[in-house]
Design a protein around this ligand. Structure first.
Ligand code: PRX
Length: 630
């Protein structure tokens, strides 16, 4: 398959993709295995939030991830798995072994009454079986909904219920650093309120004691022993949903972002090969969890579509020490390394002694994803990990975009620290002001929108298409609105400045302020809460909660601990507030709206820019809050 190799070629391809997007994407899609060719490349109408790519085409994505590679690279490692403990042996799973594992797993799904279109929830640690179950769903045509294994029972049951999953696939537990997560116990609690679940398949990982519900729970290894390895992939329509992935928005509960089959496949493969400039035989290490979109697109689908070796790591960057990533890179001779700024910052803080023992000379390309990367972290990464010779690709994208939209092409696009640089071919970004008027020219700043569909654009929000329209296509007529603010500099380079809505990005995890507020409000003593983000050295953004409680609080520390426990129970530990301030009142307008802008400024300790507070219902509350800032 063709890959862009020079900046001139990038410009030519980009121009082609804008002039005739259909011809451009038809060319990219041609090399895949199709059961039936498409009739129309694209049908779209942003005013109805509708996009269809490769209309009428029939295929199965796993034939493209697996079967297609068997003849040429059956013996090549597809998944290289590094366990949590460096003392446990790594696993190398070849394309042909992975094919067999996926086929068997597909048969297990079939035997347990899973059919095309059924929803299957996956709540697993980062073990190869997680990738196998994802692919088996795709092979049978079931829609997978992976829930990050750090989420709570409540988050899990909400997600299962929203899409009425018929099956849950989980594990007894998961290893992360020196902790074990009791995944089956958490799942059992979730399953108390999930009427749609018929079967629970349990992968054995930690061998801890678990409870068992006869008739519902089945060991995965016992089920696998009952089936053979012959499985014919189900024929899917190009637009059949491939997966649901829940993500936070500015309002209400997380929404189920739906991606469909063919467009997602073409785009995941195209971006993987071009952004990272993947070369045959290289090992690619993406440190994300498969529970997030980055893991879907760049641990599972993108690398496997391209026939790469994808390194999957079970553990955390600081176990047994802060040199673990670098040790893994040397041990497995990783060529392309893709991580998040928050990880870079925390490893920078740990000090260079953890980097020095390692050569890191196999590295060719470095990547960053998930949040803006500050210049200092960029320079540290460039200098100490890339040794100044590895291009850094700062890749901007979202759960909803399915794949990378704005990014340098490694070694081809001239980089600038903390700039995502230029749009990929097929991506047409525009900046608009708050009225939706296009901001033209360079050296400007505005809200980032995309004006033309790319193949892996969100298709709908599960069960509620109106919500998809309202969230992404209603703010600015005829445009996809990203929720991000963005600068375009004199060179036409894009720099993402962060969310302009009430979404926080904490350690690269996306959280809605409303979601955290609702969780805190569950504490019996809490009357009202307002949550904002503030700059945090390691996490990028921290969570700052202003809380009004009933009555006098005798023990503030105890209350704060309980609030953290409440949030952990309802969402998960990633959403715990970093700072909690008890307040008597919140700054509200006369119509009762909380002035978050003021709360943000106080959390940022930017008192000089509090702005006009005279229109508040009770201007005195501001002075009180400033005085009590934590
Ligand atoms: O604000 C942007 C930020 O992460 C948001 C998307 O989060 P999520 O859907 O969880 O997907 C993360 C992984 C793709 C975006 O709206 N973001 C992501 N990448 C970058 C970024 N901000 C700045 N620079 C990036 N490279």
């Amino acid at each position: 398959m063709k890959r862009i190799t020079t900046i001139e070629e990038y410009h030519t391809e980009y121009a082609k993709s804008v002039k005739n997007p259909e011809a451009f994407w038809a060319e990219q899609a041609a090399d895949f295995t199709w059961r039936k060719p498409w009739k129309e490349v694209l049908e779209w109408n942003f005013e109805k939030a509708e996009t269809k790519w490769f209309v009428g085409g029939k295929l199965n994505i796993t034939e493209n991830c697996l079967d297609r590679h068997l003849a040429n690279r059956g013996n090549q490692t597809a998944i290289l798995w590094e366990p949590n403990s460096p003392l446990e042996e790594a696993r190398k799973i070849s394309y042909s072994e992975l094919h067999t594992m996926v086929c068997r797993m597909t048969n297990v799904l079939a035997q347990n009454n899973i059919k095309k279109g059924d929803r299957v929830c996956i709540y697993m640690p980062m073990v190869p079986e997680l990738a196998v179950t994802v692919l088996a769903c795709a092979r049978i045509g079931a829609i997978h909904s992976v829930v990050f294994a750090g989420f709570s029972a409540k988050s899990l049951s909400d997600r299962i219920n929203d899409s009425e999953c018929k099956m849950l696939i989980t594990a007894d537990g998961g290893f992360r650093g020196n902790k074990t997560t009791p995944l089956k116990d958490i799942a059992d609690e979730a399953l108390l309120s999930t009427p749609s679940i018929e079967t629970v398949l349990v992968h054995k990982r930690t061998e801890q004691n678990i409870n068992w519900t006869e008739g519902r729970d089945k060991w995965l290894h016992s089920e696998l022993a009952k089936v053979d390895a012959n499985s014919v992939a189900t024929e899917m329509d190009a637009e059949d949903p491939l997966f649901i992935l829940y993500t936070s928005g500015s309002t209400g509960k997380p929404k189920g972002v739906v991606h469909s089959t063919a467009g997602y496949m073409v785009y995941a493969d195209y971006t993987f090969r071009n952004v990272f400039q993947y070369k045959e035989g290289e090992t690619f290490f993406c440190t994300a969890d498969v529970g997030w979109i980055t893991g879907h697109s760049y641990i599972v689908y993108g690398p496997l579509l391209a026939g790469a070796t994808s390194l999957m790591f079970e553990g955390i960057p600081t176990y047994p020490d802060a040199g673990r990533f670098w040790e893994i890179i040397d041990k497995h001779q990783v060529n392309i390394f893709y991580t998040a700024p928050t990880a870079i910052r925390s490893l920078e803080a740990a000090g260079l002694d953890f980097v020095k023992p390692y050569k890191l000379d196999s590295l060719r390309v470095l990547g960053s994803v998930g949040e803006p990367i500050n210049e200092e972290a960029w320079e540290w990464y460039n200098h100490n990990i890339g040794k100044g010779r590895c291009p850094i690709v700062d890749t901007w994208w979202q759960t909803e975009t399915g794949g990378i939209l704005i990014s340098p092409l490694a070694g081809i696009t001239k980089t600038k620290p903390s700039f995502a640089t230029l749009p990929l071919p097929g991506v047409q970004p525009i900046l608009v002001d708050s009225d939706g008027k296009e901001i033209v020219g360079n050296g400007v700043e505005g809200n980032l929108c995309i004006k033309y569909p790319w193949p892996s654009i969100i298709r709908t929000t599960y069960g509620d298409h109106e919500r998809c329209f309202t969230n992404y296509f209603a703010t600015y007529k005829g445009l996809y609105f990203t929720g991000d603010g963005c600068k375009r500099d004199e060179d036409g380079y894009y720099r993402i400045t962060g969310r302009v809505d009430d979404v926080l990005n904490v350690s690269g995890h996306r959280l809605g302020t409303a979601e955290i507020e609702n969780a805190i409000d569950e504490h019996p003593l809490v009357i009202e809460t307002a949550v904002v983000g503030y700059p945090h050295d390691i996490k990028g953004q921290g969570v700052y909660a202003y809380i009004i409680c009933s009555g006098e609080i005798a023990d503030e520390d105890k209350l704060k601990k309980e609030i953290n426990e409440t949030v952990t129970k309802i969402i998960g530990p990633i959403a715990k507030p970093d700072k909690i301030q008890l307040v008597k009142g919140l700054p509200k307008t006369r119509s009762g709206k909380i002035m978050r802008r003021i709360l943000r400024k106080i959390a940022e300790n930017d008192m000089a820019n509090l702005g006009d507070t005279s229109t508040l219902l009770d201007p005195d509350v501001v002075a009180d809050i400033v005085k009590g800032r934590v």
